[in-house]
Design a protein around this ligand. Structure first.
Ligand SMILES: [Fe+2]
Ligand SMILES: [Fe+2]
Length: 375
């Protein structure tokens, strides 16, 4: 059954998934804003049960302790990065750009090499900026999880993730500042999603929003950029970050499997709706409104086309290659008459459901292991 307009309105704030006006009605964030305050409505929980109750989480904790690295000394920061040359080289190797002919009849039709390169440079800065802001979201979320998760084993693990995320913010911020000459403000849709995740009072929602959805997407996006960039510093930086991220997604999957196996259908429905909302926000952010604006292009002219760009669509779908199998493993796809499965069918991403979930896959991302091939 397809979603009713009323239901859609309640969950994602619009009746139609592809309502361009509603997507663009979310104003871009002020680039000069330096602080953003969100209420985190949660209880901090002590646990007096210090016994080893969840060996899988404890194993992950041990892995995290030996998987630590130092962003200052382990990465080749003296690498010279010629941004323009690099994005051109990367674009030539990538299949994830835009289809130029798709924009005939818009101002983009007149773009030459100069404009396309400028666009690609901005797009690189924008993407890495969203990674950086997302990493700060993860830093705040895992600090929150350390407080709110009721299990001692999970608190131990979450504390290691706080350090990991600090390092991730550090490397993206430094790369943007030193190598790309600055970045972008947070994307409006990403900020909405991070606000919702932080705002929710239920501890498992922090996990679902951050560990499964945001980090699942990040892992796919990092993997894609890792495969096609030849810039040695960025490549190594991504490799190191991914070795941590895969553990983080596994932490989410392991914890939520236990929590969800005990939940009622009604409780699970709330989680399915939250997963859907998060998926839509993440898809909306990939219209990169802020980049088009910076190029002087009216987003209302271009975003409807971006939404249907065939090259773009392949890339966008790939971003869900970790999220869908992880949701399946958590039982979220098929509970309540397959509610979430139907939403993913509508979004065109259900084909990833049988790919390997990160609960199993994470050891392959450990430093020193051969990276799994890109999907
Ligand atoms: Fe991270
Ligand atoms: Fe992470």
């Amino acid at each position: 059954m397809s979603i009713t307009e009323k239901e859609s309105q309640e969950i994602i704030g619009r009746a139609e998934l592809n309502d361009i006006e509603a997507i663009l009605a979310i104003p871009t964030c002020d680039p000069n804003e330096v602080q953003h305050v969100v209420k985190d409505n949660a209880d901090a929980i002590f646990s007096w049960d210090y016994s080893l109750s969840r060996p899988a989480l404890r194993r992950l904790y041990e892995k995290a302790k030996v998987g630590q690295w130092n962003a200052t000394t382990d990465l080749p920061w003296d690498t010279d990065v010629d941004v323009e040359a690099q994005v051109s080289a990367d674009l030539a190797a990538a299949v994830s750009g835009l289809t130029a002919s798709h924009y005939d009849g818009t101002p983009v039709e007149k773009w030459g090499d100069k404009e396309w390169t400028e666009f690609a440079v901005l797009q690189r800065k924008w993407s890495l900026s969203q990674f950086m802001h997302g990493e700060q979201g993860a830093l705040l979320c895992t600090a929150k999880i350390t407080e709110t998760v009721p299990w001692y084993d999970a608190k131990l693990y979450a504390s290691t993730q706080v350090v990991d995320e600090a390092r991730h913010v550090e490397v993206f911020a430094r790369y943007l500042d030193e190598k790309l000459g600055g970045g972008f403000q947070i994307n409006a849709h990403l900020r909405m999603l991070l606000d919702d995740i932080i705002n929710d009072s239920r501890w498992d929602m922090t996990y679902l929003g951050m560990q499964v959805m945001v980090e699942g997407l990040a892992l796919a996006a990092f993997g894609n950029l890792y495969q096609f960039t030849s810039e040695p510093l960025l490549k190594q930086l991504l490799r190191y970050v991914m070795s941590d991220e895969a553990r983080h997604v596994a932490f989410g999957v392991l914890s939520l499997q236990e929590a969800y196996s005990e939940m009622s259908d009604k409780e699970i429905k709330d989680r399915q709706e939250f997963a859907y909302e998060a998926s839509v926000r993440m898809r909306d952010r990939f219209m990169s409104q802020e980049v088009w604006e910076r190029m002087g292009i009216n987003t209302r002219d271009i975003v409807p086309l971006v939404l249907n760009d065939p090259t773009r669509e392949v890339f966008q779908q790939m971003l869900f290659s970790k999220i869908v199998p992880n949701c399946k493993k958590l039982g979220l796809l098929d509970r309540n008459d397959s509610w979430l499965r139907k939403r993913y069918e509508e979004m065109g991403v259900i084909q990833f459901e049988n790919m390997e979930d990160t609960g199993e896959e994470y050891t392959k991302f450990a430093l020193g292991e051969e990276m799994p091939a890109s999907h």
